[in-house]
Design a protein. Structure first.
Length: 200
């Protein structure tokens, strides 16, 4: 097997062990068993557990970032609500179809070590800062000076993460369609409340 294919195979095996048993039981023996290879095969591809885990974290981080940046796309222009619904819908669909990518990012793996948490926080901040930039454009076009893009990006990130966790951990109770419908309802209520206060 070409070395790059072997590395991908071992990352896939490591991810399965991680999702099933947590970080505490992630070791070279467990990865080798999962991949159906011997320990020397793992060491020849990566040299040890640490570089294999680093490569897996790099891959997971890149997939999550690519998904989110693609979803955020261009600035929301004059349809901020529609853009937010699109963003949350896309995130929940990604969590539903690729839970193996999102479980580590959403801290749904048992025994996450501190260095991995730092990587997760790095990913979150990259996503949040991009979200803030997009929100700044949309809020400026809407004319809402009392809403700060930095603060709103924090609120939306936390809400989006929790929605994604629910889709992964309790999909029967919280399917994406239910969560997105409620998001639409909240946005509509906010506008209705604003219209009432303005007319009064």
């Amino acid at each position: 097997m070409p070395v790059q294919d072997r590395r991908e195979q071992l990352q896939d095996a490591a991810l399965q062990v991680l999702l099933r048993e947590g970080y505490a039981r992630l070791n070279v023996d467990a990865i080798a068993r999962e991949a159906g290879v011997t320990r020397p095969v793992v060491y020849s591809a990566y040299g040890g557990l640490a570089p294999l885990l680093d490569a897996l974290l790099d891959r997971t981080q890149q997939r999550a970032l690519t998904t989110m940046v693609t979803l955020m796309g261009k600035a929301p222009d004059d349809d901020l609500d529609g853009w937010l619904v699109h963003l949350v819908s896309g995130l929940l669909e990604a969590a539903r179809t690729e839970p193996e990518v999102w479980r580590p990012v959403l801290d749904l793996v048992h025994g996450t070590p501190e260095n991995v948490r730092e990587r997760i926080e790095e990913t979150r901040e990259l996503i949040r800062s991009t979200l803030e930039q997009r929100l700044a454009d949309g809020l400026r076009d809407r004319g809402t000076p009392d809403v700060e893009p930095e603060v709103l990006s924090q609120v939306l990130l936390v809400a989006g993460e929790q929605f994604a966790r629910l889709v992964i951990t309790d999909p029967d109770r919280y399917p994406p369609e239910r969560l997105v419908a409620n998001l639409r309802g909240v946005l509509a209520s906010i506008h209705a409340s604003g219209a009432v206060s303005t007319s009064a």
